[in-house]
Design a protein around this ligand. Structure first.
Ligand SMILES: *Cc1c(COP(=O)(O)O)cnc(C)c1O
Length: 432
C-alpha cells in the first residue's frame, strides 16, 4: 500500500514539513482511519485520480459542493469566461445580483442574501446578525451539528441545562462560549427545558435540520416543528444551517424537505459549485440590520467574487433543471439500498439513509438519532471498511461521522462497482 516509494507518501512527507499535519483542513489527514492521505492530481465526472495515478469513485465531492460531478462542461465554460474578465474588483458586479436572485428564487424563506466566502464565515455572520437583531446573547446549538469554526460555536455541552458549554478547542476562552447552550439532537424534553429556563435571553437556535456532520442524522419532523414553534413563541430566530443540505438534499434544501420556514438560512458548498462561496439570508427587516444599512458589521474583500459567482450561477442553473433531484435521489437510493442488501446478505449489522444526493450509513442495526449514538460505532470495523473500499478504488469520507455525497455524474456502473466492493469487505467483516 503506502510504501516510501508511493508518490502519495512522498508528497505527504513534503507537506508535513511545511503545512501542519500536511493538510489545510483536519479531516483530510486520515487521522481517524490511519494511513496516508491521497494527494489528488485531477478529477473528472464522478472520479478523481491520486498522485500514483490510481482512480477513485468519489463520494465526498469536495465535502458537498461537486453536485454535478467534476468538470461539468457548462460550469467550466462559465468559469473560463469569467477568469478572462478579471479575478476580483472590490466593487459590485451584475453577477452578484444574478446569483442573489437565483438563490432567493429557490429559497422562499429568504428575501435578501449576503454573499461571503466560506460556510464558517456565513454561520458566524448569521449568528452576529441574530444577536444584533434580537438584542439577545444566548444561542442554542446541538451536539454533533457543525457550523464552522467560529469561537462561539466550538463548544460542547456543560454539566446541565442551567450551565453553558465548554470550549472544544484550545484558544477559545470559556467566556466566549458562556452564552452558547449545547443540547442533544432530537431530544424534545431538553429543548423544552432550555426554552423554559432561558427563553427571554435566546437570540437564536442554530441547527442542521438534516445533519451531515455526525454522519447523516435527520431531525424528526416533530423535533424540527418544535424548534420552529419555540423560537416563534419566545422571540428567538430559527437559523437553519444549510451549508451542506442547501441545494443538496433537494432544490429547496432541508427546509423544503421538512416544510419548515426558518428565519435565517446559511448556505455554502453547492452554491459555489467548488469555488469559495457561501451566503446567509432571511427576511428583509432582519437583513437590513447589516452594514452599510444597519448596525451589525460584516464585510469581506473577496465576498461575491466574480469567478466564484460565475461558478455558482452555472451550477445552480444545472440543478434547477426539471427532474434533476429525482434522478439524483434515485441514484443515491440505489447506492444505499444496494449497500443495505449486501450487508444483510453477509450478515453485517447495517443501516443507511439518504435524501437527494446526500447519504449516510452506519455499522449498526438501526439509524441513530443523535451524536452520542453515532459515536458508539465500532471504529475498527469502520476503518476496515474505509480502507477496503479505498483499496478497491472507492473513496468515502475518512471518518465515520461524515455524510457521503453522490453527484449527477455517478452512473449506474459506478454504483454497482461500489456495492460489489462493499460486499467483499462486509464478507470479511462478517468472518471477523
Ligand atoms: C461545511 C459546513 C460548514 C462550514 O463551511 P466551510 O466552508 O467549511 O467553512 C458549516 N456548516 C455546515 C453544516 C457545514 O457542513
Amino acid at each position: 500500500m503506502s510504501s516510501a516509494a508511493d508518490p502519495n507518501q512522498i508528497l505527504f512527507e513534503r507537506a508535513c514539513a511545511v503545512i501542519p499535519g500536511g493538510v489545510n483542513s483536519p479531516v483530510r489527514a486520515f487521522k481517524a482511519v490511519g494511513g496516508t492521505p491521497r494527494f489528488i492530481q485531477r478529477a473528472n465526472g464522478p472520479y478523481f485520480w491520486d498522485a500514483a495515478g490510481r482512480r477513485y469513485i468519489d463520494y465526498i465531492g469536495s465535502w458537498g459542493p461537486m453536485i454535478l460531478g467534476h468538470g461539468h462542461p457548462a460550469v467550466v465554460e462559465a468559469v473560463q469566461r469569467a477568469v478572462t474578465e478579471g479575478f476580483s474588483y472590490g466593487a459590485p458586479t451584475e453577477r452578484e445580483i444574478e446569483l442573489a436572485e437565483a438563490i432567493l428564487a429557490l429559497m422562499p424563506s429568504m428575501e435578501m442574501v449576503r454573499l461571503v466566502s466560506s460556510g464558517t464565515e456565513a454561520a458566524m455572520s448569521a449568528l452576529r446578525l441574530a444577536r444584533g437583531a434580537t438584542g439577545r446573547k444566548t444561542i442554542i446549538k446541538f451536539e454533533g451539528c457543525y457550523h464552522g469554526h467560529a469561537d462561539a460555536l466550538l463548544v460542547k455541552a456543560g454539566s446541565g441545562l442551567a450551565t453553558f458549554g465548554n470550549p472544544t478547542s484550545a484558544g477559545v476562552p470559556p467566556e466566549v462560549v458562556q452564552h452558547t447552550l449545547v443540547l442533544e439532537y432530537n431530544n424534545l424534553a431538553e429543548l423544552e427545558q432550555a426554552f423554559a429556563l432561558h427563553g427571554p435571553d435566546i437570540a437564536c437556535l442554530m441547527i442542521e435540520a438534516i445533519a451531515g456532520n455526525m454522519n447523516f442524522v435527520r431531525a424528526t419532523p416533530e423535533f424540527a416543528r418544535r424548534c420552529r414553534e419555540l423560537c416563534t413563541q419566545h422571540g428567538a430566530l430559527l437559523v437553519f444551517d444549510e451549508v451542506m443540505t442547501g441545494f443538496r438534499v433537494g432544490l429547496h434544501g432541508a427546509q423544503g424537505v421538512l416544510g419548515i420556514k426558518p428565519d435565517l438560512t446559511v448556505l455554502g458548498k453547492v452554491i459555489g459549485g467548488g469555488m469559495p462561496l457561501a451566503a446567509f439570508g432571511g427576511p428583509r427587516a432582519i437583513m437590513e440590520q447589516l452594514a452599510p444599512l444597519g448596525p451589525v458589521y460584516q464585510a469581506g474583500t473577496l465576498s461575491g467574487n466574480p469567478v466564484a459567482t460565475a461558478c455558482g450561477l452555472a451550477t445552480l442553473k444545472e440543478i434547477a433543471k426539471p427532474g434533476f433531484y429525482e434522478s439524483l435521489g434515485t441514484r443515491t437510493r440505489q447506492l444505499v439500498d444496494g449497500l443495505r442488501s449486501v450487508a444483510a446478505a453477509e450478515g453485517v449489522p447495517f443501516s443507511a439513509d439518504s435524501e437527494g444526493g446526500m447519504f449516510g450509513f452506519f455499522l449498526m442495526e438501526s439509524l441513530p438519532q443523535n451524536y452520542a449514538t453515532v459515536m458508539t460505532t465500532d471504529n475498527a470495523r469502520f476503518n476496515r471498511l474505509f480502507h477496503g473500499l479505498l483499496e478497491r478504488g472507492v473513496y468515502i469520507a475518512p471518518a465515520l461521522y461524515e455524510a457521503g455525497f453522490v453527484s449527477a455524474a455517478h452512473g449506474e456502473q459506478d454504483i454497482d462497482e461500489t456495492i460489489a466492493a462493499a460486499r467483499e469487505i462486509f464478507g470479511a467483516l462478517a468472518r471477523g
